[in-house]
Design a protein around this ligand. Sequence first.
Ligand code: ADP
Length: 263
Amino acid sequence: RGDADEPVIPFAQPGSLTRVFCVASGKGGVGKSSVTVNLAAAMARRGMKVGVVDADIYGHSVPRMIGAADRPTKIENMIMPPQSHGVKVISIGMFTDGNTPVVWRGPMLHRALQQFLADVFWGDLDVLLLDLPPGTGDVAISTAQLVPNAELLVVTTPQQAAAEVAERAGSISTQTRQRLAGVVENMSWMEMPDGSRNEIFGSGGGQIVADSLSRTVGTTVPLLGQIPLDVALREGGDAGTPIVLGKPESAAAQALDAIAEKL
Ligand code: ADP
């Protein structure tokens, strides 16, 4: 922009080698943060340098899910992000007081995000994942402005109603001109003791979103994978050890790992 006061965001510079993914969903509770931390951990395990920005002001559950409990420190003018399982993490929750709800308005959020991208010492990252708040709000627009080359990853459940709102979250890419990296369907089924699949939240949502977004943008938006329900996924999130590390043999971990591989 040429504005001397505008902080420089390394990821947005031409020639930046960092791939930036915005993880979006239509509504809360579909597993967006769980998918974000597991993809991050899976990529870090492959030897990639990975960072996560928790921009979900309402949830800000990323630090707990990945076990990054420390507060960021400051060295000179840079914020040093805590690290866990080889992933650097910064969260809006690290700058609030305990459990105080965040009631920031758009411009403040934009500045916070700008700081997370410009003033955090990320080093040379291969991948930066941004966990966006659900919906199509200010933060999604802000990230698109701050990092126009960021790609969008849409998380949905198989349920029709969830798919419809996820479509809306994805179609924001036509406004922001971001590339749509693909769709992830979470909570796709529960494996029963007899090996059968119980589709608790219905079926087809991920494919519906992928097809509909493909029509909207005029190129193929892939359904990158389907992640089953697994108690161990929730437990791993609560304990700060993502399932891709804690129970890599599980179907859920393997589905997540395969998605990380495709990106
Ligand atoms: P969001 O970020 O979309 O609000 P979360 O990732 O916080 O969703 O997930 C909501 C809750 O559901 C969390 O307690 C999480 O552990 C749990 N969860 C998410 N995906 C799964 C899954 N595939 N199997 C079991 N529990 C899951």
